[in-house]
Design a protein around this ligand. Structure first.
Ligand code: WT7
Length: 656
């Protein structure tokens, strides 16, 4: 018997009937097509979903493995595919974006309007010297202008790199330097949860930190209208440079491999890496997964709650739904303002039919609903919903069931989508009109994706046994390289352990003995997942030790947390005596603020524990395994015979 037998939910017949992929036979047929003719399968999708200026003749080029190319000699433009072609087909008056501001004001952009604005911004960028291949940083909050700015970059062949508005000046500076961007598109402020937070002044600060000489212009969108400093010659208001521009702009036809964007994400070592995505393969998978996983139809109102600063916002806001001509919500605010019923109210008001959010949000809204009846989803009319999605971290079965019952009214399939910044789009996920669902399992690979579980030597492990998640064949939307560091790309994703043959996801996983369903067990490297945000432990450690006047040494680990998935726990040795009581609290606050300044508030450690030392082997290696146990508050059962200083464990365990 399978461990899953008693908790399988079948897609409702009414959903299956109308689904883009209807029934498991249809799913298996697609998988079989990919198995029998891998290149043919992807070529079919790329030709069906995208409009090519020049058709491609070769689907996959693996002669430079692990640097793969897809649809290489084809040319296209991502913004043409997301905007113009819908307008040309008579959908100009269809709503592309329903924008709801933090304070509740609603505005809309039709496809024709979004295209015009994209062209104006594109023309403004060209006027300021931006050319094909240049990099442009976008540091802005959720807005129609933000999406249009991304589209405008794509239109002229500039490569965008969106930096999440929660990152600090230092993090922004690092990304400016690494990309060598010529331009930053930002706003005066961002508004979240009723608060006005700076953007432009953080850009100003980043530009004083050195290494940013590549920046020629800063385009500033007016959001708050409050006074901000503008440096003559460098800084320009978006309205002043874009509003007078022509509303048409010939798209720059680029090769399919042309880098559409760079997006920085954390790894287990060093600085965040600039994940480079292509135009053709990426856009194809964005469109395909929006069609098959989200079952998007012309009348749907789609809402992905992610920020455009993360890959989820790229693929399932700025590209996927637009490539298919869908209508979607773009939301500026936070789920708890003005109260924790905000998501439910917005679903009700806008008649959202497909809703995609993160487990951490669901868990915090469960807590809120249990505390205050008025914000319980049962109090809202959510009957417009027909499909729910989850992304970013494993969803625990209890949260899954609540989401299913109370948000989806036990009538909406839930797609638990496993993927990563590097994969560009969904990798393992149910297809909502086909796959029977098991809470807590992301079920089966998306058609064409050769996901597998192997041991350290790269050998397949049998179902029922935990191992390392890999992808055995390249796929169109995969990362192409790490910007400026191909060696790191190769080492991180195609390591020697598997003879450089398999893509290493960095997650552990297990397949159910009976169903073959995948369950992700979490990262196997030093990467944490805090509220669905990916953080490298080394990055946080570097930030802590960069507080040179105080910190001698630091080690960071994760511990499980009911709401945020994982919480950041830092063990710190100071350059002065180990503080206790009030003093410890004060220093912990200084260190938290320091990390906030170095990386951003999302990286601030939840726990900071001070020790005279850290648990180390005789050769001086910090034993993180033990620190993870201490952080969790569990008894140490591991072998500590190689430990130089066993007494330190008691000190760290007591000290919090
Ligand atoms: C890591 C990737 C993919 C967009 C958001 C995060 C974890 C992601 C799931 C899921 C279990 C998941 C993995 C992965 N993850 N989705 N459905 N079930 N774990 O992108 O920041 O690149 O993080 O998020 O650990 O490796 P990211």
């Amino acid at each position: 018997m399978s461990q899953f037998d008693h908790i399988i939910h079948h897609p409702p017949a009414s959903f299956v009937e109308q689904a883009n992929v209807a029934g498991m036979d249809a799913y298996h047929a697609l998988c079989k097509h990919a198995e029998d003719d891998y290149a043919g399968f992807w070529a079919t999708q790329a030709n069906r979903l995208l409009s090519w200026k020049k058709p491609f003749s070769q689907t996959l080029n693996d002669s430079r493995a692990p640097f793969f190319s897809w649809f290489e000699d084809g040319t296209l433009n991502a913004s043409y595919n997301c905007l113009d072609r819908h307008v040309e087909q008579g959908l100009g008056d269809k709503t592309a974006i329903i924008f709801e501001a933090d304070g509740g004001e609603v505005s809309r952009a039709t496809y024709a309007q979004l295209l015009s604005r994209t062209c104006q911004i594109a023309n403004a960028m060209k006027h300021l010297g931006i050319q094909k291949g240049d990099r442009v940083i976008i540091y802005i909050s959720m807005s129609i202008e933000g999406v249009a700015a991304m589209q405008a970059c794509a239109r002229i062949g500039a490569t965008h790199s969106v930096v999440f508005g929660g990152f600090s000046a230092q993090s922004l500076r690092d990304r400016i330097e690494d990309t060598g961007a010529k331009m930053i598109i930002t706003a005066d402020h961002q508004v979240r949860g009723g608060k006005q937070l700076p953007l432009k002044s953080i850009v100003d600060e980043a530009l004083t930190l050195g290494g940013c000489d590549s920046i020629e212009h800063v385009l500033v969108v007016k959001r708050s209208g409050a006074e901000v400093a503008m440096q003559a010659g460098r800084d320009l208001w978006m309205t002043e440079v874009a509003d007078g521009q022509a509303t048409t702009c010939e798209p720059e036809w680029v090769g399919a491999e042309h880098p559409l964007f760079l997006l920085y994400t954390s790894g287990s070592t060093g600085k965040p890496k600039g994940v480079q995505h292509s135009t053709g393969g990426y856009l194809m998978h964005a469109a395909l997964t929006t069609e098959w996983t989200f079952d998007l139809k012309p009348h749907d109102v789609f809402w992905c709650t992610a920020d455009i600063g993360w890959v989820t916002g790229h693929t399932y806001i700025s590209y996927g739904p637009l490539a298919l001509g869908g209508t979607q919500i773009v939301f500026e605010g936070v789920p708890t303002f003005p109260d924790a019923g905000r998501f439910w109210k917005m679903i009700q008001d806008h008649k959202v039919s497909i809703f995609y959010t993160a487990p951490t949000a669901i868990r915090s809204l469960i807590k809120a609903a249990e505390g205050t009846a008025a914000v319980h989803p049962d109090r809202y009319d959510l009957s417009s919903l027909r499909l729910l999605g989850s992304v970013g971290e494993p969803i625990n079965p209890a949260a899954w069931e609540w989401y299913y019952q109370h948000v989806g009214g036990a009538r909406c399939p839930i797609v638990d989508t496993f993927w990563q910044t590097e994969t560009g789009g969904h990798m393992i996920t149910p297809l909502p009109g086909a796959t029977p669902m098991v809470p807590g399992s992301c079920t089966l690979p998306f058609p064409g994706i050769q996901a597998a579980i192997v041991d350290e030597t790269g050998k397949d492990v049998p179902n029922g046994q935990a191992g390392i998640l890999v992808v055995k064949k390249p796929w169109p939307s995969m990362i192409r390289t790490i910007w400026g560091d191909p060696e790191r790309y190769q080492k991180s994703y195609y390591p020697e352990d598997f003879q450089g043959k398999y893509y290493l996801a960095g997650d552990g996983a297990i397949r159910d003995a009976q169903t073959g369903y995948f369950t992700i067990t979490g990262r196997i490297d030093d990467v944490l997942n805090v509220s669905g945000h990916r953080m490298g432990t080394m990055e946080i450690e570097s930030a802590l030790v960069s507080c040179t006047e105080l910190v001698a040494e630091a080690a960071v680990v994760g511990r499980p947390d009911d709401t945020t998935g994982e919480a950041i726990c830092a063990f710190v040795v100071l350059k002065r005596a180990r503080p206790t009581g009030e003093e410890a609290k004060q220093i912990a606050k200084i260190l938290r603020d320091h990390v906030g300044k170095e990386i951003g508030p999302i990286a601030k450690p939840r726990d900071i524990r001070f020790g005279d030392n850290l648990p180390k082997t005789r050769s001086g290696k910090i034993m993180r395994r033990l620190l993870r146990s201490v952080a969790k508050g569990e008894a140490i059962t591991q072998d500590i015979s190689t430990l130089e200083n066993p007494a330190i464990l008691d000190q760290l365990a007591d000290n919090h």
